[in-house]
Design a protein around this ligand. Sequence first.
Ligand code: IMP
Ligand code: MG
Length: 194
Amino acid sequence: MAKSRRYKPKSKRQALESVRTLIPWERIQRRVAEMAQEIRRDFPLEPLHLVGVLKGSIFFLTDLAREISGDVSLDFIAVSSYGSGTHTSGQVKLTRDLDSSIEGRTVIVVEDILDTGMTLQYLLRVFEQRKPRRIRVAVLLDKPERRIAKVRADYVGFTIPNEFVVGYGLDYAERYRNLADVGVLTLGAKVKKS
Ligand code: IMP
Ligand code: MG
């Protein structure tokens, strides 16, 4: 029997995808506000320059920025890691650079998720050459089991198991970024018990 759907999937393949909520929006909001306070507590007097890694960090960055008191500025950088599926090749390329110099500034790199760490490792190398006053890293999600590169975040929203997640900015092939919650994406048909 056909089930009702909230939207009509474009292809048969999409029809087999499903998302199970992992971290509800309310919980994300509470944690992001806490992270903002942790960051400001560590640097009470400094102007903070938030650098968002496009596009996954957009909702996290805007929510975080609104919760940090005092002097805050924003910039964005974009990278691609070759591949649009649930696995990346690990090769990172800069596709959009910052608008302004970070020399002498206190930079907070804002990322959606720390997975293998290859993206962050690449970005930190690029940024360190530009002589910021200091660099800190804030990630919404951390999947430590998947780490290849030797990098760590200074501020972590949630540590999650090794599952592919979408929502709150995170995508699968550019879809699902607009979901309010973070959820685990399942591809393919689920085995139904009759
Ligand atoms: P890295 O493996 O740490 O370099 O992660 C690179 C990028 O892959 C992240 O910034 C995300 O954009 C993407 N990514 C990694 N894991 C996930 C996931 O579970 N869902 C959606 N995107 C992910
Ligand atoms: Mg990302």
